[in-house]
Write a protein that binds this ligand. Structure first.
Ligand code: CO
Length: 132
């Protein structure tokens, strides 16, 4: 099902500082930055070679990322696998017995269709499928 690692999501305290750090330390290139008021987060996507890192910071303490940060602090948040057909990837995940957070694909912050799988059925790692 997964064709490749698409991006890694990292929760950060200060988005501007983290973007500067990733640019200077790794030569990462900022490709997209957006705010999602509904989910209560601001995210920046930086290209690193043929993959990306998604830096994300909460807008509110009671948002999903805000709660994550309060509980676990900044750091690794999720991995995203790129798939060519998200409908069939979700069907395969469901058939394999994985617990889905999103039963249907939805549009993610960078415009692609995404769906999350529950960490407890994927080795404790919040896992995102992204259609590429
Ligand atoms: Co992501």
């Amino acid at each position: 099902m997964p064709v490749r690692i698409h991006h890694v999501g990292v929760a950060v305290t200060n988005l501007d500082e983290s973007i500067l750090l990733y640019r200077s330390a790794f030569g990462a290139e900022l490709v997209h930055r957006a705010t999602n008021e509904k989910e209560g987060l601001e995210a920046a996507f930086l290209r690193m070679g043929d993959g990306e890192v998604e830096l994300m910071t909460p807008l509110r303490e009671d948002s999903p990322v805000g709660k994550f940060m309060a509980k676990r602090g900044p750091g690794f948040h999720h991995v995203a696998y790129g798939v060519s057909d998200i409908e069939s990837a979700l069907a395969e995940a469901r058939a394999a017995g994985l617990e889905l957070i999103d039963n249907e694909p939805r549009v993610g912050m960078h415009g692609a269709r995404i769906a999350f799988l529950h960490p407890k059925s994927v080795g404790g790692v919040l896992t995102e499928l992204v259609e590429i």
